[in-house]
Design a protein. Structure first.
Length: 265
């Protein structure tokens, strides 16, 4: 209840243009993500980058409303019934190896997606230590990049970026999101407003109801002009919205969506 009150007040005051540093909402870390404000700020910046939605690389020829991967050509080999994703882990990101493996294991345990070390496959994911946390969406053909840079070493982020690589988009960019969250555009960094663009209904596949806890959902202060003060997204049921790096991994809806997307048995 306190969290709901804090968010409501912060959204109200900031939406009307009143700047009040005393509106700071206490940073409460989860067991899975950054443990200090400094670490959280670094990770937030790494995830909320300059790509579509902050961390998605669109295939050639797509625009920002095409990001639903309705076209099965963007699914990985083995579809339907399976998805086999060859990968290479660059030495530059070897210090995240355990986190990456833990993220992949969630796919292996709960879905029919299988990440396999590349031998000579033409299409594969190259995981490296780049500038930020980001990935191409779906199977693009040839080598495609997935970056886990400084601040990206969390299991939740590995699961999130691997989700983009197999074709998942952000939950908060669904076409029906306005039924479930309020976006406070006045609180968003002006040149980052495009990160709240919704996907056109004809370009997406929705298998489940909106899920605030999805690993593909961003947090309350994504792209905020004043993080931990001015929320950019508030759930209409009042619950806190966590960033992917604050979560342990999949929610049940994520598992269901992946298994439906790849027609797992």
């Amino acid at each position: 209840m306190l969290w709901k009150l804090f968010l409501s007040l912060a959204a109200l005051f900031s939406h009307h243009g009143q700047r009040n540093s005393e509106q700071q909402i206490e940073f409460v870390p989860t067991a899975y993500g950054p443990q200090t404000l400094e670490e959280e700020a670094k990770t937030r910046k790494a995830l909320h980058g300059d790509y579509f939605g902050g961390d998605m690389i669109l295939p050639d020829g797509w625009n920002q409303t095409d990001a639903g991967v309705r076209d099965p050509r963007y699914r990985w080999q083995g579809y339907p019934g399976r998805g086999v994703v060859p990968y290479v882990i660059d030495r530059s990101v070897s210090h995240y190896y355990d986190k990456i493996m833990a993220g992949m294991e969630q796919y292996h345990r709960y879905t029919c997606i299988r990440f396999v070390p590349r031998t000579n496959e033409r299409d594969y994911v190259h995981i490296f230590y780049g500038n930020g946390c980001w990935s191409a969406i779906g199977r693009n053909g040839g080598m495609q990049q997935l970056s886990l840079g400084d601040g990206c070493g969390y299991v939740g982020l590995a699961v999130h970026e691997l989700g983009h690589a197999i074709g998942l988009i952000h939950e908060h960019q669904r076409s029906d999101r306005d039924n479930y969250i309020t976006v406070y555009k006045n609180n968003v960094v002006p040149d980052q407003l495009h990160n709240f663009n919704k996907v056109y209904p004809q370009n997406e596949i929705l298998y489940t109801r909106y899920d605030y806890n999805s690993i593909m959902h961003y947090g309350n202060f994504a792209f905020s002009r004043a993080p931990n003060q001015w929320p950019t997204m508030v759930a209409k049921n009042g619950q806190r919205l966590y960033e992917p790096y604050e979560k342990p991994g999949f929610d049940q809806s994520d598992i269901y969506n992946i298994n439906k997307l790849y027609q797992c048995a």
